[in-house]
Design a protein around this ligand. Structure first.
Ligand code: PLP
Length: 402
């Protein structure tokens, strides 16, 4: 047996969020009552009219290969969505659908990056960007953001990070893991900095519909002068609670979309026909279900922030979007568990809470921001309350020396 792997595998690791979920599953299999606050998906069911469209597609025999970038009907629905919600106009050749937003981001990087290229990624960031950039042979340039700036990239920080070899700037609003949402003015200020440079912009708008306060602004709308070099990434995973359907889409310049399609034609081909049909129903359908979802999420965010404020050693700012609270846990460093272990890192804190409270969360280092933990409040109200009370109980058991 020759188990030699490609050197490519040495530059990446397994997704930390998936790893936490695996650990939790193992604990649950062993009989523990575990609560997962680590998963980036809503607990709500996919709305019925969307499921019906998927079932209808199966019954109608919509079960064969389609065009790699998606059916003409799906592309038309995506074009309508961009026009209606974002005031953006794309021809069909500027649109591609794929197996989740993740695949489209991956394809875009792979299609454009070369050895020596740099990609600016504001931190904290979605866990997959840096590894995808490294896989494509390029260098992630991490630019830390602060809670004082609402966890957002400032024009000054962007200007300082831009270099001749910068190929992409990644913007993710609403943001995973912080819930930060950029205003149109903030995006316009970043756009001004980019005016003098030819970097591409990856606008990851996947959480567009999960904004609790204020409104969503798409980078491609707020930076009209850069439209020709913005790739807008979106999908049905978050806003329609369809993570398992694996359907994402992108709008961008023809040359880039065309290259992403060539890559996809040699890997996965078209996204599932069933998911394509369901996505049309999602994009064209009534969205009033979102109001109920959002009021639940707002209430949960309030509960989490209140609990965090009451726990010694934890603190967090309130952010307007997504379904995450990103809490500082450095106040717990130095505390000692009843087992005699000293907590010295964010991984130590999440590990302790997993062992003692059977509550899973992702440590900030995974998002490029050590000293924090991400609390996903996308779970049932009662379970969330139970998780918060368990965390509080576990922290109360610590011996804290200051
Ligand atoms: C910021 C961000 N972008 C992209 C994705 C991928 O979404 P999809 O399920 O459509 O692949 C996620 C999923 O967690 C995400 O958080």
């Amino acid at each position: 047996m020759n188990a030699r792997l490609s050197p490519r595998m040495a530059v990446i690791g397994a997704s930390p969020t998936a790893e936490i979920s695996n650990k939790l599953r193992a604990l649950a299999l062993a009989g523990a009552d575990v609560i997962n606050l680590g998963e980036g998906e809503l607990d709500f069911a996919t709305p019925g009219h969307i499921c019906d469209a998927g079932i209808e597609a199966i019954r109608a025999g919509d079960t064969k290969y389609t065009a790699v970038a998606g059916t003409a009907a799906l592309k038309a629905a995506i074009i309508r969505k961009f026009e209606r919600e974002n005031g953006l106009h794309y021809p069909p050749s500027g649109i591609i659908a794929g197996t989740g937003a993740k695949q489209l981001i991956f394809n875009a990087f792979l299609a454009t990056l070369d050895e020596g290229d740099e990609v600016i990624i504001p931190a904290p960031y979605w866990v997959s960007y840096p590894d995808m950039v490294r896989l494509a042979g390029a260098k992630p340039v991490i630019v830390p953001c602060t809670p004082e700036d609402g966890w957002k990239l400032t024009a000054n920080a962007l200007a300082a990070a831009l270099k001749p070899r910068t190929r992409w700037v990644v913007l993710n609003s609403p943001n995973n893991p912080t819930g930060a949402v950029y205003t149109a003015e903030e995006l316009a200020a970043l756009g001004k900095v980019l005016d003098g440079h030819d970097a591409l912009v990856m606008a990851d708008d996947i959480y567009e519909h999960i904004v609790h306060d204020g409104s969503f602004a798409a980078p491609a709308t707020a930076m009209p002068g850069l439209f020709d070099r913005i790739l807008t990434i979106n999908g049905v995973s978050k806003g329609y609670s369809m993570t398992g359907w694996r359907l994402g889409y992108a709008g961008g310049p023809d040359w880039l979309i065309g290259a992403m399609e060539v890559l996809q034609s040699q890997s996965t081909s078209n996204p599932s026909t069933i998911s394509q049909a369901a996505a049309i129903a999602a994009l064209d359908g009534d969205m009033s279900f979102l109001d109920g979802w959002k009021s639940k999420l707002i209430a949960r965010r309030g509960k989490v922030l209140e609990a965090v404020a009451s726990m010694p050693g934890l603190s967090a700012i309130s952010t307007p979007g997504a379904f995450y609270v990103f809490a500082d846990c450095t106040g717990l460093y130095g505390a000692v568990t009843s087992q005699g272990t000293k907590l010295e890192t964010d991984l130590g804190v999440t590990g302790y809470l997993l062992d003692d409270a059977h509550v899973g969360m992702v440590h900030g280092s995974a998002f490029g921001m050590p000293g924090h933990l991400r609390i996903a409040y996308a779970i049932d109200d009662d379970r969330l309350a139970e998780a918060l009370s368990r965390i509080s109980g576990a922290l109360a058991k610590l011996e804290i020396h200051h």
